[in-house]
Design a protein around this ligand. Sequence first.
Ligand code: CO
Length: 198
Amino acid sequence: MRSENPDFFQTLASQQRPSYLWIGCADSRVPANEIVGLPPGELFVHRNVANVVVHTDLNCLSVLQFAVEVLRVPHVIVCGHYGCGGVEAAYRREPAGLVDNWLRHVEDVAFLHERELEVLPSEQERLARLCELNVLEQAVNVCRTTVAQDAWRRGQPLTVHGWIYALGDGLLRDLGFSIDRPEDVVAKYREVLAVGSR
Ligand code: CO
């Protein structure tokens, strides 16, 4: 890094000005910076099992609040991934210990979209769709936080995105859920659901 830019670490140590908050899965195969090809300092990151945004999770809310209100990031990306072990465990209801309590939030997503999922022809397709639906629901949850709502009320530019990454080909897909004002959440949510699986 120093051979390319001798001041890289000095500049980085004195400030951070990321433009993005990444909310992603803790899975070791989904490293935020590498996936988007951004160097240190460009991405503020929160990761947990199955990229879940829970309204009472002080950890996630604190990251979101700091990113939006202090760092003033204009973009929040919720990025899930196909082949997510957390989503699979929730779908199959396989006991895995304490983490099952966390994964109940993903089970809630499966329950909410039960009718859409049950008509899909294979388990592989149902799991892939549940990974997408989980991103969508968690992105909606970001939009509904006081942090996002307050930012929009202040007129602060903030766009929430829903993306999904495929372990199999290394490509990111935009699920088409990009929200920059609270009035659009419900209509966009319905629109993305109507388009169906990608
Ligand atoms: Co995962």
